[in-house]
Write a new protein. Structure first.
Length: 672
């Protein structure tokens, strides 16, 4: 339950004119819901600091939580951001999966290292795990985006800018929302990023190779540092002349383009020049001997006097071509790229470098509330900016955390206590929830709003609503959602329905909701509320490990070593079993069935280990950590090595706690 509600900006809510237009054009059902949500405010939840990395003098933050909740907390803390880049879901209807790699068994790592040239390496064994789905229909997506954009605007400084990265699915609709939220006059550019070359998967349409990035500012005052691109060979050949010294030069027109300057005589030529006599004299007296028929930096005609196109410009003294809004020089992140983080929808660092260099200055705060693989935070840190990384996904938080550790960044990791932490993977959790609700069955006659129905001998069919964990907008049961259930969802049901069951993850105020139901006399259908957390608590099952602490006698760290004896993850083993069964069914003579096999010790299921030698409880301090990459090599305290993991983690101080992350991203903590 939220602590309180933090007002959006502007206050009070203005307009909704554009949403009204959507209502006419798109039959947009969400317009009234959006208005009610904005009037209510942003839900503020308790924020827990779960890890501290370094001294973090700049206040850098990695936040696990939804955009609106993160913005509510930032605004309540009085924290403003100077540049926002967001790459939200594109409303494409696509499902996104993470490729999960089985690690090498450390029990045979030494043998592999000793006889590497003689052993045949197996292909890396992996399976895919669905992480989230782009589940919105157009109306719900626009409703959700409007709320997020208003929340983001609430924490932007007076000189801030925002870049919103979308594609052809929904970008043109969101552009209208951006006009309303930030103002048409504050629209600066629609940047076209040509992310890839033409490909041959299009049969009845042109290849789709571009994304759109909408650039807005809060006001007329905002940082904008012009970026330049190199001159192309064709442009140099067409526009520039090479001097005997090898330098390239060209001539610029020095006439006033508007004809408003007073004419004057410059060394024998009278014209309306575009610069003052004093500055012109500086060019006349500048040293230069490489261009024939010239004096200083001024080109002369046959009569020995300056001509109108007379200023001599050298290419090596210019920064390049001023960047325009068509970016076709930045490639997407290929699977084998050095940047690749094995993260779906990852964007290239060069793209964020360009945006951050253009629209921020050192020590400004750069925020990304759909942070994904953490490219925004990583690039911001490298460029001397402070950063806020936010994302709802546990995999995102782990990916950016490990990435920033490698970059030697300092930051704090926070988690918003809004119910999100009750599940790791929303797709699998949804499937599990459905199986745990007694009697729940699919019912084709019901609208997609309802998850299914329960058959009751006395009441007949009882429709059941379950909030979709992949759709953050449905997580909170408030008056807005209940109003939608009563006035839209229930009226669409068959007249014989006498009761519905409504599950919720979080609720604004149960007493208020029940009173709202009681006061509304538009339906006779009974509405039963049930807390979904009771089911979710049974879904998240921790992993199991046995280990022992021993004295370490080596030249690296000395002190203590924690040796992992066995590791069991029921959830990962179920995924592997599912993969093996599917692979067996799809096997052919040309592609025989190769099952994934796990050793008795199960150490192949471990991706990451960390020791806290500072505190036995509370926020985590990673005093020693090991990450095993997909090839089995150890990343020791953020530094890549070519060593295989030997099943141990070492520390120079007595450990209090051990954290192990399995290859699917679940983390479990034990007392050491």
């Amino acid at each position: 339950m939220p602590i309180k509600y933090v007002p959006f900006i502007p206050e009070p809510i203005e307009g909704q004119a554009v949403l009204g237009n959507f209502n006419r054009i798109l039959r947009y059902k969400g317009a009234d819901d959006a208005s009610m949500v904005l009037q209510r405010g942003m839900p503020l939840y308790e924020m827990e600091k779960v890890e501290t990395v370094g001294d973090n003098a700049d206040g850098n933050m990695v936040i696990r939580g939804e955009c609106v909740s993160a913005c509510a907390w930032l605004k309540d803390q009085g924290i403003q951001v100077d540049l926002v880049y967001i790459d939200p879901p594109f409303a494409s209807g696509a499902d996104y999966a993470k490729k999960v790699f089985i690690r090498r068994n450390p029990k045979v790592a030494e043998a592999i290292a000793q006889a590497e040239q003689e052993l045949d390496f197996e292909d890396l064994k992996s399976f895919e795990e669905k992480m989230y789905g782009d589940v919105w229909d157009k109306e719900k997506y626009l409703n959700w985006m409007y709320e997020n954009l208003m929340a983001i605007k609430s924490v932007m400084s007076a000189e801030a800018s925002i870049y919103v990265h979308l594609d052809w699915h929904i970008g043109h609709y969101v552009k209208i929302l951006l006009d309303e939220v930030f103002g048409e006059d504050n629209f600066r550019n629609e940047i076209t990023w040509v992310r890839t070359a033409s490909h041959n998967d299009s049969v009845q349409n042109y290849s789709r190779v571009k994304d759109s990035i909408f650039f807005y500012s809060i006001s007329d005052v905002y940082p904008f540092n012009i970026q330049y691109t190199p001159y192309t060979e064709d442009y140099i050949a067409d526009e520039w002349t090479q001097a005997p010294s090898g330098r390239y030069y060209k001539f610029e027109n020095m006439l006033d383009p508007q004809g408003k300057m007073a004419a004057y005589d410059f060394h024998g030529t009278v014209a309306r020049w575009r610069t003052s006599p004093e500055k012109f004299e500086q060019l006349w007296n500048a040293p230069q001997t490489e261009v024939p028929n010239s004096h200083g930096r001024i080109r002369l005609g046959k009569n020995g006097k300056p001509i109108k196109r007379c200023r001599i410009v050298f290419m090596d003294e210019l920064p390049g071509v001023p960047l325009n809004d068509n970016w076709n020089d930045i490639a997407y992140v290929a699977g084998r790229s050095a940047e690749a983080m094995n993260y779906t929808t990852q964007k290239p660092e060069a793209l964020l470098e360009r945006i951050i260099n253009t629209s921020s200055n050192p020590q400004m705060i750069v925020a990304d509330f759909f942070g994904g693989s953490g490219v925004t935070a990583a690039v911001a840190n490298r460029l001397g900016r402070r950063f806020v990384h936010g994302d709802i996904g546990l995999n995102s938080i782990q990916t950016v955390r490990d990435r920033l550790i490698t970059d030697k960044a300092t930051f704090d990791v926070y988690e918003i206590k809004d119910g999100v932490q009750l599940y790791r993977n929303p797709v699998q959790t949804m499937d599990k929830i459905k199986s745990l609700i007694p009697g729940l069955k699919n019912e084709d006659a019901l609208d997609a709003f309802w998850e299914g129905a329960i058959s009751d001998s006395r009441l007949g069919m009882v429709p059941v609503y379950v909030p979709n964990l992949m759709d953050s907008s449905s997580k909170l049961l408030d008056v807005v959602m209940m109003n939608r259930i009563i006035h839209q969802a229930i009226p669409d049901l068959d007249g014989s329905v006498k009761k519905v069951i409504v599950y919720y993850i979080d609720i604004t105020d149960e007493t208020e909701i029940r009173q709202f139901i009681k006061d509304d006399d538009s339906t006779t259908v009974e509405i039963e509320l049930r807390d979904l957390k009771a089911i979710l608590d049974d879904v998240v099952i921790g992993d199991y490990a046995t280990f022992h602490v021993e004295e370490a006698h080596d030249d690296l760290l000395g002190g203590w070593a924690v040796a992992i004896d066995t590791f069991v993850s029921d959830r990962v083993l179920r995924k592997i079993d599912e993969f093996n069964r599917t692979a067996a069914l799809n096997a052919t003579a040309k592609k025989p069935y190769k099952p994934i096999e796990i050793s008795e010790e199960g150490l192949e299921l471990i991706e990451f280990l960390s020791l806290d030698c500072t505190a036995a409880e509370g926020e985590w301090h990673s005093d020693a950590e090991i990450k095993i990459d997909k090839n089995g090599y150890v990343i020791l305290n953020g530094t890549k090595t070519k060593q295989f993991w030997d099943g141990k983690i070492r520390t120079d101080k007595p450990p209090f706690r051990l954290k192990i992350r399995n290859i699917c991203g679940d983390e479990t903590v034990w007392k050491a």
